[in-house]
Structures are given as structure tokens and as C-alpha cells.
Design a protein around this ligand. Sequence first.
Ligand code: 8X3
Length: 255
Amino acid sequence: MNKLKNKLTLITGATSGIGESCVRYFAEENSDFLLLARNMPKLLELQQEMQQKGLSVHVAVVDVRDKQAVKEMFEGLPEKFQKPDIIINSAGLASGFDFIQDSALDDIDVMIDTNVKGLLYITKQFIGGMMEKRQGHIINLGSIAGHDVYPKGAVYCASKFAVNALSKGFRFDLLEYGIRITSVDPGMVETNFSMIRFKGDAERAGNVYKGVTPLTADDIADAILYAATRAPHVNINEIVMTPLAQANVTTIIRK
Ligand code: 8X3
């Protein structure tokens, strides 16, 4: 109930999918929030909902791909929101599903820029406060696509392999500062992920989850909250989770 009282949690991609579920799960433990996303109306709705619970919430529109915008957003924050205790790097996407020879350069850019560089820009901007306090927790949204590659997934998988490497690298580099690092790596989760990957093609998106009970955004938020609420001497390094019907990226039993 109060495991995160007076803690500040920064969430990117806070207005949809796993990010939004994290807001609700972390609110149950009374965390305060810095919520970042590109959709201001939705941010304001979430802010109001969380403030009604008595939580302190600041929201800001930012595109994590834009390092100057990330810097300006940080500089415009009230001081108490500049030093989060927990960062959840949830913003990320797959764009397109094509063989590498057919894939659009814009799709490549948006995935690498958001999933890899965006995660780095946010982390780099806020890491100083954690180093000063010699405590904090960075939770990166990885994927089973960061463990295995599948056809037509080269770039998305590369971006999630990068997240995997970054989480491991942060762990080494920040060890002496007492900062926890966790990678949460889901398989099939039913969010707007497939609608975005297939650019609004509802039939193709629906087929991804056909005959399977997929994970939900809440399942992932629950695991993230677990990692964030362990005793201070515990670091959950990695959580890899799939639906029961999915063994790896390509092996799925459909009924
Ligand atoms: C999403 C999981 O298997 O669709 O990160 O790439 S998968």
C-alpha cells in the first residue's frame, strides 16, 4: 500500500500500454510521478486521476527521440521532479514487419531512435540525480526479441538486443553508485503494439493474438512493480515472461 510513498517514478510512454498500466500499479503503492509522453490530453487525464488519489504528479510532453527536447523538458521541471527514484523506460515500438531488403528507412529510424537512443537520452538526463543520492532504480522495457531473432524482425530485434546490452552495461557502470537496474523482457503482450507495427491494419494485428491468451499490459506492470518493491539490497536483473502458450519468439501453440 505504501511501499513507494514519497518515491518519485518517471515513466516514459506513460499514456498507453505498459506505461499506462505502470502508472496504475505504482499508484497502488502511493508513488508520486513524472509522466512523459507525446499526448498532452491523455497526460492531463492521468494526472487528474492520480492527483485525486492524493499523489503528486507532474506531466510533460516530450519526444524521447529528440535529445534537445529531452534536455529542455528536464530544465523546465520543478526541482523536486528532476530527481526520480525510479525510471521506467517504457516508450518503444515496432514499426513495420518486412524483410530487411524491403524495410523502409523511416521504420528503421523510428525504432532505433525510440527504443535505443530515446532510452539513452532519458537515462543520461536523469542519472545524475541518482548518482548524487547513490540510490535509484532504472527499469528498461526489453523483449524476448532481445534474446532471439525472427524473420522480418531484424531491426526491431536489434533494438531490443541493444536494450539487453544497455541494461547489462548500466549494471556494471553504476554498480558503485547503488543504482538498481532491471530489464523486463516480455513476449506476446496485447496492447496497441501490433496495431502500430502493422500501421493500423486491425486484421493483421488481431491475427497475432489469435488462439492464444496473450499477456496483458497489467501482467507486465505487475512484474515491474515486483522488481521495484524488493528489499533495498536486492536487484532483480532480468524478468523474461511469455504467455503460457509461447515458448519463444517463434514457438506458439494456438487453439
Ligand atoms: C514484442 C515481442 O515477439 O512480438 O516485444 O517481438 S515480439
